[in-house]
Design a protein around this ligand. Structure first.
Ligand SMILES: [Zn+2]
Length: 238
């Protein structure tokens, strides 16, 4: 089974993610965007270039808009210019794109293709293969589980999103007590079923905000112990 990871937005904390990936012999694709978000420090130009020597860098627009909700010309410019922006920083061709908020449709996907990208990632979870190169889904989000750490009606959303998939994945109820046991059970299940790949994704800013660094390290350490795991970049799924 192939194992890949991806990290969105280009936060300075991505360097800590890269360090963890290096420690456990894993690979990542970092979808970076020039626009700062959530008042976080972002990667500098030199840091992006340095990251590109060990991991893969993908594009994620210029201003992080919802591409389906802005005029088509603006969407096209966001997509085209982000490819150029990444390539200027890394000095390499940029093959992959990631839709902000996972928002896309047929026209947007076509624009991404027209811009010369080879594929694009969404935020869909609980998937372990796909043939649509411009709607590549993921397997699991690094995010608090089973509850969001907020007290409102959306607190249950991580569990409710996972619920329809639990039976088909054979996830034991005892694994639902936290993100780490849940992620391990999902990985084990995908490996047993001989799925083509497992794609972990997240935001370093959330890993920091929700104190998930140790969980992430433990998961990577767990995943690498399986036989015949091939560590790959997102582009190796295409
Ligand atoms: Zn994003």
């Amino acid at each position: 089974m192939k194992f890949t990871t991806s990290w969105d937005d280009g936060y300075a904390d991505d360097l800590r993610i890269a360090e963890l990936l290096d420690t456990y012999g894993c690979l990542g694709t970092f979808y970076v965007c020039p626009r700062g978000q959530h008042r976080q420090d972002m990667l500098t130009q030199d840091q992006i270039r340095d990251l590109s020597t060990r991991h893969e860098i993908g594009a994620h627009t210029i201003t992080h808009p919802r591409l389906t909700q802005i005029p088509e010309n603006d969407a096209r410019r966001e997509i085209d210019e982000s490819k150029q922006w990444v390539e200027e920083r890394t000095g390499k061709p940029c093959a992959l794109f990631c839709y902000p908020y996972g928002e896309t449709n047929d026209r947007i996907a076509q624009m991404v293709q027209d811009a010369g990208f080879s594929g694009a990632r969404t935020v869909e979870q609980f998937r372990f293969c796909d043939d649509d190169l411009f709607r590549l889904p993921t397997s699991l989000h690094v995010y608090p589980f089973p509850l969001r750490p907020i007290f409102n009606r959306r607190a249950l959303s991580p569990l409710l999103t996972a619920w329809p998939h639990l039976r088909e994945l054979g996830i034991p109820v005892a694994s639902l007590r936290g993100w780490l046991p849940f992620s391990k059970a999902m990985f084990r299940s995908a490996h047993e079923r001989k799925e083509p790949w497992f794609h972990l994704w997240g935001h370093s800013a959330e890993v920091e905000k929700y104190g998930m660094w140790q969980d992430l390290a433990d998961f990577l350490d767990y995943a690498r112990t399986f036989p015949d795991i091939e560590m790959v970049y997102n582009s190796d799924l295409l």
